[in-house]
Design a protein around this ligand. Structure first.
Ligand code: NDP
Length: 354
């Protein structure tokens, strides 16, 4: 697929107004391209030293769509070539081990997709599938085996675990050097502390920030609102935005007036898991909206009887935001790309390969 565009027009019927993708290679995994300018609305923004680029107010009603599929494809291509460079130079192929407990259909699908994605870029995948009623010790035994295995550079325990297991014990058992999900408390703690660097950052929030970077959205000095504070998305997303010098507010289920708070944000990351919760009038004109939510809603016209929507009421937000991620096709593909990226990073670090 030609890496020609990163945005497409918001309306699904329209194909016009595609912005050219300009690739500036700064490292194997990171590059930037044409930027999105946030539209100021309040006079205070125009007067302040905020990094928001002043734009003439516009009557434009269609946000640019941030194409997560395309960005993730570019990242996977970069990873593929890095893996072949490493293999040629030192004969090492990165390995990712996935531990799946139980028979949840969604978890099985996620694991299958991760394996496929690994194969496509040249990462060897290893899988242990344990029955729902297995013991915590059995899971720990698998983790400890992979911790010692030199051909495994990343270990992932598919969540959620069955109720009888202690998630904390299990995630703590993954050695920090192979914690490609970034859920180990040491990695999370380092993420939260100034002057400390986590070895790995959780994949979904990392994917959100990567999308912002690759779309040229300047985060520094911006007001950001993260909706949701889970350990795997909301909380690390807020920490990452703060590390990028945004001023961050977290909205959660006890927040009063979430719409008023969200309306102040130049950047919104929503990870609440509530379909269409964020309405158009929650969005500040010109804001950039990253919708993490994946929520099934009934749809009699779909063969499956449902379709997936985000937390953000897309049709409304498109008319207000300057850029928005679709669901599906926004953050979702980035999560797997970041897992592959973390696994490659781990292999390079463990083998001291630059
Ligand atoms: P959780 O259920 O663990 O967390 C949801 C968070 O949202 C909580 O902090 C909760 O607040 C907050 N919340 C719930 N309802 C409201 C509300 N009405 N107003 C404000 N805040 C609210 O979910 P996850 O973080 O695991 O996932 C969130 C969404 O992201 C889901 O739709 C999930 O499917 C999706 N997801 C997508 C991924 C991807 O790759 N695109 C990856 C992971 C998740 P409180 O803490 O007060 O309970």
């Amino acid at each position: 697929m030609a890496a020609s565009t990163i945005f497409s027009d918001c309306s699904s019927s329209a194909t016009a107004r595609l912005l050219p993708f300009r690739k500036i290679r700064s490292s194997a995994l990171f590059f930037r391209h044409s930027s999105i300018s946030l539209h100021p609305t309040a006079p205070s923004h125009r007067k302040s030293s905020s990094a928001i680029v002043p734009l003439a107010m516009t009557t434009e009603t269609s946000a640019k769509v941030i194409d997560g599929k395309l960005v993730s494809k570019q990242i996977r291509d970069e990873i593929t070539s890095e893996i072949s460079r490493m293999k040629d130079a030192i004969g090492v192929v990165p390995g990712l081990a996935v531990i799946l407990v139980g028979a949840r259909k969604d978890s099985q699908t996620y694991v299958r997709n991760k394996k496929k994605a690994c194969e496509a870029v040249g990462i060897t995948s290893y899988e242990v599938h344990l029955p729902e009623d297995c013991t915590e010790e059995e899971v720990l035994k698998s983790i400890l085996g992979f911790n010692k295995d030199p051909s495994v550079h990343g270990i992932l325990v598919q969540l959620p675990l069955p109720r009888h297991m202690n998630e904390e014990n299990i995630l703590n058992a993954v050695c920090i050097e192979k914690d490609v999900d970034g859920f180990h408390p040491l990695n999370v703690g380092r993420l939260a502390m100034r002057g400390r660097e986590p070895l790995f950052v959780p994949c979904t929030p990392k994917g959100c920030i990567e999308l912002l970077h690759r779309c040229g959205v300047d985060i520094k000095g911006k007001r950001a609102v993260v909706i949701g504070r889970s350990n795997i998305v909301g909380m690390p997303a807020a920490l990452l935005l703060q590390r990028q010098n945004a001023t961050v507010t977290i909205v959660h289920s006890y927040t009063n007036n979430p719409e008023e708070i969200t309306r102040q944000a130049d950047i919104v990351i929503s990870a609440a898991g509530v379909a269409n919760m964020v309405r158009g009038d929650w969005i500040k004109p010109g804001a950039v909206v990253i919708d993490v939510g994946i929520n099934p809603v009934d749809d009699s016209e779909s063969p499956r009887g449902y379709r997936l929507v985000g937390d953000v009421c897309y049709e409304e937000a498109c008319k207000v935001a300057s850029a928005i991620t679709p669901v599906p096709g926004g953050v979702g593909p980035m999560t797997i790309a970041m897992l592959l990226s973390n696994t490659l990073h781990s292999a390079k670090t463990l083998h001291n390969f630059k």
